[in-house]
Design a protein around this ligand. Structure first.
Ligand SMILES: *[C@@H]1O[C@H](CO)[C@@H](O)[C@H](O)[C@H]1NC(C)=O
Ligand SMILES: *[C@@H]1O[C@H](CO)[C@@H](O)[C@H](O)[C@H]1NC(C)=O
Ligand SMILES: *[C@@H]1O[C@H](CO)[C@@H](O)[C@H](O)[C@H]1NC(C)=O
Ligand SMILES: *[C@@H]1O[C@H](CO)[C@@H](O)[C@H](O)[C@H]1NC(C)=O
Ligand SMILES: *[C@@H]1O[C@H](CO)[C@@H](O)[C@H](O)[C@H]1NC(C)=O
Ligand SMILES: *[C@@H]1O[C@H](CO)[C@@H](O)[C@H](O)[C@H]1NC(C)=O
Ligand SMILES: *[C@@H]1O[C@H](CO)[C@@H](O)[C@H](O)[C@H]1NC(C)=O
Ligand SMILES: *[C@@H]1O[C@H](CO)[C@@H](O)[C@H](O)[C@H]1NC(C)=O
Length: 897
């Protein structure tokens, strides 16, 4: 019964999807943002790909070979000036420091006559971009490429894609109709693949694969299918799943249109240096297959359409994906595919309207960063499931955790250490239709592999520290994706269940396991970054943090990154939001609705379904969260400020098993003791106290930023500017946020200062531009910063847990922010003059004056109105009284231009 209701509910978002959102805003996206940089860590690590949101495979023009630390596309200076292209790649590499797997490729070329060898080797595949011909869009990419050695022949390429199928049109043109050139399409299938080992060594490996050609006949078009077993991150898979994961294989099937198939005049298989003309199958290393074509007798040009589908299951499944997503009848309708993909992007990007005044160049740049940010933030995690062949419409997916096929939806590309900060909060608002599937996917990983994901790239990779999946689950349940919630007063259904009780039990068991079970051989394994040959890392060091003796810190002489771990574990044993929110209430008062939701969140029978769970588990976890992180706080550590006039007292510091302090540089990941001393997002009030109160805490933040300690290219710094606002100095937050936005983001290929990390960099910008940020993502609150635009409105989709019949009050005329024509909640953010006025003088939320720099999720979840009164000078709004005056004096050196 419950399942049936869930099914019905899951149909509703489809009605919303049928609405057409304006594609106008897509023009403000620049897919080149974040696609280059002087080195991998100072690049966004993004690619200018085409595919819909959360697409299974993203298609991109290939400008370089790809492996961990290098993406297939790099809009480098060399490429910008003198573009050399090696073909087109369907990639599953989710971030620059992650590995490729289950990729596919398409490379056009021409030979003189049908005897000449085709160019299969990567370096030989060079095609030269015609200057000015390249156009990057989210749903279409076009380019003209000169084919070297063919006396000026060229190929015009149009590329678009659905989630699982790339769609190409190649228009080959020879100098004239009597020139004897033959176009070909080459499908690289296995390659010499570079594997990155933690010791900074790159090792060439040779994945194995298969190809199979089905030549054209009068009833069937030409088709080429293949597979490869490349999975570059397999070397860092937990040992307990390495065997099942070793069977992993990606498949593709490329199908040509009937007309170009009729022009095919040969085919073959390439393996290394050997070309087997006429072969229809092959297997092995450095493998590929090709089809040759003849130009029509009366023309110098030939158009070839190719659809190429990927699958994690089989060649037949790839074929089915192709038939489902771009059936034969649409083989040549590349504009149709483009339109569908653009509509899917418009459903996300078109939900935002920005009106802004002021310097139009600067603003154009900011809007482009903003809209491109949404394009980046809605790519990962990506779909792994595929539709079961036949009429059922249901999906199944291949799991490398147990080398089996299961029913349901699954996703990959979870960079959770990054995305739990703000990216998930953004997805909860903007892509609620995906949340239950993404969460089920995490629960499946737990059931199939034993643990929730940390950094899932097809399989777990043990990248980064902590088990922040706990935070994703808690935040989602807190925001409505949980059990049925009934109104206290009337007993009516407030929120429908997003999960069955069985699923909730699994969810709780999985989160509790993270919090209570150390990894294998925890006492003897370092679990260093990219350590090979170790099992699931999860909360490495938990046995000293939680078990016998319960020191409360992760010992630095046993484990890598010990301080980061101690803090990360403590801040997020969080299923336990209840306790954290209760604590927060001292500081962030009256979140009645969150408490109401939470009181129903963890039904007692679900909590107690775990054997041997501590009797009062929320109390237990709360105590641990509030005590353990402070075990690495060294109150005696101090630093003289850079102006020489003061001292910053108290820093986090690594500790050895025996309790001694370790070196001050030890124990951190993507940061140092400066930034990690600000990591107590769940306990800011105590942090402020330990740094000597608000004024002194604010000084320490100033020193952090002005003394050159803040590194925004990595995530631990992302929330830090907002801490000012929690310490009574919101004007400082307002300045810093604007300054960070200006210096770390712009609309050029080098426009992201650090790796995008599956959307977290952009999520920071999007929230900041809206004027608030989820400092503690499970608090149900956002901290106010400084909105960037005079007017921004957002049409929030209605989540599936909102009852439709009888309609939830938020869907009736009692909610002035519900817009029935778009079936969405409208959130309006008005901040007249914000473009040149960074300071906040006053704020009204839904008509009510707000004095504290905080916005509740409940105030915006059904739409709302945020009215900012902006100012060009620091204002007292939201400041702690006695601090205020002093800060005004300090602010004379205002950094805002
Ligand atoms: C892009 O290419 C440039 C020039 O070759 C190189 O310096 C840089 O490291 C590359 N960046 C990435 C992210 O691949
Ligand atoms: C770059 O980032 C990677 C991944 O975060 C890290 O392992 C590496 O140490 C960094 N390299 C440099 C030179 O900072
Ligand atoms: C056609 O092109 C070929 C190859 O470029 C060239 O040799 C030939 O002269 C051209 N013929 C005409 C009629 O232009
Ligand atoms: C490569 O794959 C083929 C076909 O699946 C198989 O027969 C062969 O044994 C494999 N070779 C290696 C070295 O694994
Ligand atoms: C045409 O090719 C298809 C696919 O390879 C095959 O199933 C079919 O039997 C062929 N038909 C004829 C008439 O050869
Ligand atoms: C070439 O011949 C084909 C088939 O006869 C015909 O459909 C096409 O219109 C002709 N194209 C040109 C450019 O004459
Ligand atoms: C659990 O502990 C909390 C906090 O100390 C307390 O408020 C609550 O009443 C306790 N619950 C039970 C069931 O004992
Ligand atoms: C610090 O500032 C916050 C925010 O304005 C305020 O709530 C808190 O009471 C202040 N703390 C002290 C100790 O004054």
């Amino acid at each position: 019964m419950l399942r049936w209701q869930l099914l019905l509910l899951s149909i509703f978002p489809l009605t919303a999807l049928c609405l057409k959102w304006s594609t106008e805003s897509l023009k403000s996206i620049n897919p080149l943002i974040g696609t280059t940089g002087p080195e991998p860590n100072l690049s966004g690590g993004m690619i200018a790909s085409v595919a819909p949101p959360f697409a299974s495979m993203r298609w991109v023009v290939q400008t370089q070979n790809s492996y961990v630390s290098q993406t297939p596309f790099n809009y480098s200076k060399e490429y910008a000036e003198n573009g050399v292209v090696y073909g087109f790649m369907g990639t599953r590499q989710p971030a620059i420091w992650m590995g490729e797997s289950a990729w596919a490729g398409v490379v056009p070329g021409m030979t003189k006559g049908v005897e000449e060898r085709i160019k299969a080797k990567f370096e030989d595949r060079r095609l030269i971009r015609t200057p000015g011909s390249e156009v990057f869009g989210v749903g279409m990419y076009n380019v003209d490429l000169e084919i070297p050695g063919t006396q000026g022949s060229n190929v015009h390429v149009d590329m678009t894609a659905t989630s699982r199928v790339g769609h190409f049109r190649f228009v080959f043109t020879a100098p004239n109709s009597s020139s004897k050139f033959n176009p070909y399409i080459f499908l690289p299938t296995t390659r010499a693949a570079t594997v990155f080992h933690s010791s900074d060594t790159f090792v060439t490996t040779f994945p194995n694969g298969t190809v199979e050609l089905h030549p054209y006949n009068s009833s069937s078009p030409l088709e080429i299918c293949g597979s490869n077993d490349e999975m570059l991150d397999w070397i860092i898979a937990p040992t307990s799943i390495q065997e099942p994961a070793s069977h992993f294989r990606g498949w593709y099937c490329a199908r040509f249109d009937m007309e170009s198939s009729a022009h095919s005049v040969g085919h073959g298989v390439v393996q290394g240096d050997t070309q087997m003309e006429g072969a229809t199958s092959g297997h092995g290393e450095e493998l590929g297959a090709y089809a040759r074509f003849a130009l029509p007798s009366n023309s110098s040009s030939l158009t070839v359409y190719v659809r190429i589908a990927g699958s994690f299951i089989s060649a037949d499944q790839a074929r089915a994906n192709l038939d489902f997503e771009i059936p034969d009848i649409e083989a040549t309708d590349i504009e149709g595919t483009q339109a569908n993909t653009e509509e899917m992007w418009a459903e996300k990007v078109g939900r935002f309207d920005i009106e802004a005044g002021g310097d139009s160049d600067v603003l154009g740049d900011m809007k482009t960063v903003f809209f491109t940010g949404i394009f980046h933030a809605m790519q990962y995690p990506y779909e792994v499931h595929e539709q079961i062949p036949g009429p059922s419409g249901a999906s199944h997916y291949y799991s490398a955790y147990d080398n089996s096929i299961h029913d349901g939806h699954s996703y990959s590309g979870y960079s959770i250490w990054d995305t739990y900060r703000a990216e998930w909060a953004l997805q909860l608002l903007l892509a609620p239709e995906r949340i239950p599937g993404m969460i089920r996917s995490m629960l499946q990983d737990y059931e199939e592999g034993g643990w929730l994901p940390m950094w899932k790239n097809i399989i777990e990779t043990n990248i980064m520290v902590g088990t922040h999946a706990d935070s994703l689950l808690a935040e989602a349940v807190l925001k409505g994706f949980g059990p049925v919630v009934r109104s206290d007063a009337t007993g009516k259904v407030e929120f429908e269940a997003s999960f069955t009780n069985d699923e909730l039990r699994t969810l709780w068991a999985a989160a509790w396991k993270d919090a209570s079970v150390p990894p294998r051989d925890d006492q003897t394994t370092t679990y260093s970054d990219r350590e090979e040959g170790v099992d699931y890392e999860v909360r490495a060091g938990l046995s000293t943090f939680y078990g016998d003796g319960s020191r409360g810190w992760v010992a630095d002489d046993v484990h890598s990154e010990s301080v980061s771990r101690t803090l990360d574990y403590a801040c997020k044993p969080i299923f336990f939001v209840i306790s954290l929110v209760v604590h927060q209430l001292k500081f962030l008062p009256d979140d009645d609705h969150a408490l109401f939701v939470l009181s129903l969140l963890l039904p007692e029978e679900i909590i107690s379904s775990i054997p041997n769970i501590p009797p009062n588990v929320s109390q237990f976890l709360n105590q641990r969260a509030l005590k353990n992180p402070w075990t690495v706080w060294n109150p005696d550590a101090s630093v003289t400020t850079s102006d020489g006039n003061g001292q910053i007292q108290g820093f986090v510091q690594a500790r050895k098993a025996n309790g001694e302090w370790a070196d001050i540089t030890s124990g951190f990941t993507e940061g140092d003791r400066w930034v990690y001393s600000f990591a107590f997002v769940h306990d800011v009030s105590q942090l402020v106290e330990r740094r000597g109160g608000n004024a002194s805490f604010v000084r320490s933040l100033d020193e952090f930023f002005d003394g050159g300690w803040a590194d925004f290219t990595n995530e631990p710094a992302h929330h830090t500017p907002y801490l000012y606002a929690l310490a009574g100095a919101p004007t400082h937050a307002q300045e810093r946020v604007r300054q960070i936005a200006r210096t770390n983001y712009n609309s050029t290929p080098n426009g992201l200062s650090g790796n995008e990390d599956c959307g977290q960099m952009s999520a920071w910008y999007i929230f900041s531009a809206m004027g608030f940020y989820p400092v503690n993502p499970v608090s149900g609150e956002y901290v106010v910063g400084s909105p960037f635009f005079s007017s921004l409105s957002l049409h929030l989709p209605v989540p599936s847990f909102i009852p439709r019949s009888p309609p939830h009050p938020s869907l009736t005329s009692s909610n002035q922010f519900y817009d029935p024509t778009t079936d969405s909640y409208i959130l309006r953010i008005s901040a007249p003059g914000a473009e040149s006025k960074p300071y906040v003088k006053g704020l009204k939320v839904n008509g009510k004056v707000v004095e504290e720099p905080l916005i509740k999720h409940n105030d915006i979840r059904f739409g709302g109105l945020l009215e900012f009164d902006m100012s060009d000078q620091p204002e007292a709004w939201g400041e702690e009284e006695d601090l205020g005056l002093r800060l005004h004096l300090l602010l004379i050196r205002c950094r805002w231009i």
